[in-house]
Design a protein around this ligand. Structure first.
Ligand SMILES: O=C(O)CCC(=O)C(=O)O
Length: 287
């Protein structure tokens, strides 16, 4: 498929289905180095999660804020390598193509193999973690704002742990879906949904989903997982929450060593969020 045709297909698929896949976006050498770097950060998180000031738990399956520079005190080159990879236009370009406008970073997450957890995962829409009332959730799902963000999943080991219900980003829940979502427990919320797609990713493959739609991940302690999730938001609607709360980015020297393109990418993010970080210093609820 030609480049223009591929772009059109991505955008169309995104708008109608709420997710896309893009194989082989980062090469094997970069992926392997990222995997080593993420594993190093994970080991530090398991010793002490800086947000919660306690060790990562045996049921944890994700950690936030890979881009916290303090994880790299002994390895500044790894920080620069990782940040340049995350800022690569090969990644953000996919998001700008499907959203049709400029985007900034909102947050970084590492999904990893839990030590003890065994769970098929709960179907959810991310808005349910931000807004309690069902009426408010419905209003959001049916609004334009529901189409402004994107979660990019970059697989560093082979995985098929993510599921998405195509088209669910454009409509409210059926009665069954709403009940499942609100049960929010492993048994109730984790039944199979007809029509759901399971996304198969090789290392270096990217999947992007609109987190307004119904989705879930699976968590089994014997299924290896190492997926970087980069959350983007449009510049015009920067979401303020624990995902985007990263005041350490204001520390002097945060962008040191990065190439010009990466510095420009993170500069836009920092400029957009500085006021929020300063206003909320120390009072954001941790997720
Ligand atoms: O990838 C996963 O395990 C789940 C991702 C997800 O559900 C989310 O970010 O809301």
């Amino acid at each position: 498929m030609g480049c223009l045709a591929e772009m059109t297909a991505h955008r169309e698929h995104w708008e109608t289905e709420g997710y896309i896949t893009a194989p082989g976006v980062l090469d094997a050498e970069r992926v392997e180095n990222l995997r080593r770097i993420c594993d190093d950060v994970l080991q530090q998180f398991l010793v002490c999660c800086p947000e919660k000031k306690r060790p990562g738990g045996p049921d944890d399956r994700c950690m936030r804020n890979l881009h916290r520079r303090s994880y790299f005190a002994d390895r500044p080159d790894d920080f620069v390598f990782m940040m340049e990879a995350f800022a690569d236009p090969e990644l953000s370009g996919i998001i700008e193509e499907i959203l049709g406008e400029k985007v900034i970073l909102r947050g970084t997450t590492l999904w990893f193999t839990p030590k003890t957890l065994r769970s098929p995962g709960n179907w959810h829409r991310d808005i349910q973690y931000m807004v309690d009332s069902v009426d408010e959730q419905k209003k959001f799902v049916e609004s334009r704002a529901a189409q402004t963000g994107a979660q990019l999943m970059l697989a560093l080991v082979p995985t098929d742990t993510n599921e998405y219900l195509p088209g669910s980003h454009l409509r409210w829940d059926t009665d069954e879906e709403l009940q499942m979502r609100l049960e929010d427990d492993v048994v109730g919320g984790s039944r199979d949904l007809a029509g759901a797609v399971r996304v198969n990713q090789a290392p270096g493959d990217v999947a992007v989903f609109n987190a307004t739609g119904l989705h879930r991940g699976q968590y089994y302690n014997d299924v290896p997982r190492c997926t970087v999730m980069i959350t983007y938001t449009t510049e015009t609607v920067p979401v303020e929450d624990y995902f985007s709360y990263a005041p350490w980015c204001l520390e002097p020297g945060y962008l040191d060593g990065m190439n010009e393109q990466s510095r420009a990418f993170y500069q836009r993010y920092i400029e957009c969020y500085t006021e929020f970080w300063v206003r909320k210093e120390g009072v954001v609820r941790l997720g």
